[in-house]
Design a protein around this ligand. Structure first.
Ligand SMILES: [Zn+2]
Length: 441
């Protein structure tokens, strides 16, 4: 195996496309391997940086200047600072902080092997993922047991085998940790939905294993019935399609009411009918931040259904953000319910960059504190409890622009912007939107 200096040399000499063309296949392979080793070493550096920055606390002195203290534990806005600097979601940053603490505190040999480039970030996360709830002492014993694997001439074990081995070691050294982990996982059960492709949504479901086995049996049984019925009718239904249809069938049985919001460009289309002759329209399921592209005909048919409510909401041509309500500002501190509802609908989620807490669980915050800032659509935004606190923590600054983009500056000087969700076709220029609206109208 070549040394780290040689890796840097090999990769550094290959930045121009013409120098790649002159390389042999063997040289390219060697350079590719070197990029991976460097990436592994950088991942180890990130782990150490994250573990360090997440334990520094910002403090505000009496003269208003910001300083810092080593806190010796994870500070409450640690994940936010990491998210701000890595440009990732707070949830992802929070996972990275937790993983970094486990690696630094419980897996020093694994971290050293990463720094030498012989273990990748993915395998490290596999090991860390199996050590949830395990003490640092047990982690270090497992770390010692695994150490020989990283420098094996055959290469590091496949992630699946690594996971099995670590889980077996945990069962051997700390059987209760496995049981605690199973209990701790149950509160994480959840269902989420998002529009992944035109006409297709993705659902993910984290479900306790015994519920999952029962539900799967029910799903499979209904899917078999649907496939048999399709065969009789001379139609083709794959196993995957049948399971999807069966899931819908089972859930439809408890349908109560469907409420949809169809978003249309401001002033461009009549608010009393769907957007012209377009085959697909964007809709929000009421109370969620996730949009889907669905057939316009389905929306028209649904509107005639007694259990359905379809509303039309205007969005700004430039930003795609929901347009202000009729009563967009009041004189007092407390916004009226209609204004709160409008801000929640506009924002969809907490407005901290990368936070996904739904607006209905958020506070309505005066971005510039009242009475310096007005109680107005342009000065209100949704913040979850945690990010309400972060906003008030030393060193954090926020500004809400006239386009509803919130610019956040963290105590380390990192700047990130969270724009209000674009509820029209994201990515189109105002001119394109205008033309589309004209064509549709
Ligand atoms: Zn938040």
């Amino acid at each position: 195996m070549v040394g780290m200096d040689r890796c840097v040399e090999l990769v550094g000499g290959l930045t121009a496309p013409e120098s790649l063309a002159e390389c042999s296949r063997e040289e390219l392979g060697e350079a590719l391997e070197s990029t991976q080793r460097l990436a592994n070493a950088l991942a180890a550096a990130q782990v150490r940086l994250i573990a360090e920055i997440a334990t520094r606390e910002s403090i505000e002195f009496e003269d208003g200047t910001i300083g810092e203290l080593p806190a010796g534990h994870e500070v409450f806005d640690g994940a936010e600072v990491v998210a701000s600097r890595l440009g990732c979601s707070v949830r992802h940053a929070s996972d990275r902080v937790a993983q970094s603490f486990v690696l630094v505190g419980g897996l020093p040999r694994l971290l050293a092997a990463m720094a030498e480039g012989v273990v990748d970030d993915y395998r490290a996360r596999v090991v860390v993922g199996e050590l949830v709830g395990v003490s640092a002492e047990v982690s270090r014993r497992i770390d010692a047991d695994l150490a020989g694997l990283w420098y094996d001439a055959k290469g590091a074990p496949a992630p699946g085998r690594l996971r099995t081995r670590v889980r077996a070691l945990v069962a051997l050294l700390d059987a209760e940790a496995l049981a605690r982990r199973a209990d701790g996982a149950r509160p994480m059960r959840r269902v989420a939905r998002w529009g992944c492709a035109p006409g297709l949504d993705t659902w993910t479901w984290l479900v306790p294993s015994e519920q999952s086995l029962t539900a799967w049996a029910a799903l499979q049984s209904r899917a078999d019935e649907l496939r048999a019925a399709a065969r009789v009718a001379g139609e083709q239904l794959t196993v995957d399609q049948a399971r999807s249809d069966a899931m819908f069938d089972l859930l439809r049985g408890v349908l109560t009411e469907v409420r949809l919001v169809v978003t249309v460009p401001e002033g461009a289309v009549s608010l009393t009918r769907p957007a012209g002759a377009q085959p697909l329209v964007l809709v929000d399921a009421f109370g969620t931040s996730e949009r889907s592209l669905v057939p316009a005909r389905w929306v028209s048919d649904l509107a005639a259904h007694p259990g359905a409510r379809v509303e039309y909401a205007e969005c700004g041509l430039v930003t795609g953000a929901l347009a202000p309500p009729k009563r967009a500002a009041v004189t007092g501190y407390r916004p009226p319910e209609s204004l709160i509802a409008a801000v929640k609908r506009r924002d969809g989620t907490c407005r901290f960059p990368g936070c996904t807490v739904a607006a209905r669980f958020c506070d309505i915050d005066h971005v510039r504190p009242w009475p310096h800032g007005p109680t107005a659509y342009t000065n209100l935004m949704c913040l979850c409890r945690r990010h309400h606190r972060v906003k008030q923590a030393p060193g954090w600054r926020v500004n809400l622009g006239t386009d509803y983009a919130a610019t956040w500056r963290d105590p380390t000087g990192g700047v990130r912007v969270s724009t209000a969700p674009d509820r029209l076709d994201g990515g189109f220029s105002p001119l394109e939107r205008h033309l589309r609206a004209l064509l549709a109208g």
